[in-house]
Design a protein around this ligand. Structure first.
Ligand SMILES: [Zn+2]
Length: 61
């Protein structure tokens, strides 16, 4: 029983234009311990040409 399921690859999509700008890895175990829900990060969106709030999604394009 190694590290299976501990890490999860998620995509970050712009909440405004819905374009998938980033792909990241998150540690599911840590996230669960924090008790947080969906990851939300402010990042640069090249489509909006400004910093927007990005939300995680498990749907990778
Ligand atoms: Zn955008």
């Amino acid at each position: 029983m190694a590290k299976k399921g501990a890490r999860e690859i998620v995509a970050l999509v712009c909440t405004v234009c819905k374009s998938q700008n980033y792909v990241t890895e998150r540690n599911k175990v840590n996230m669960d311990l924090k008790g947080k829900g969906k990851l939300q990060i402010k990042k640069w969106c090249k489509r909006c040409k400004k910093v927007q709030l990005h939300k995680e999604t498990s749907k990778l394009k």
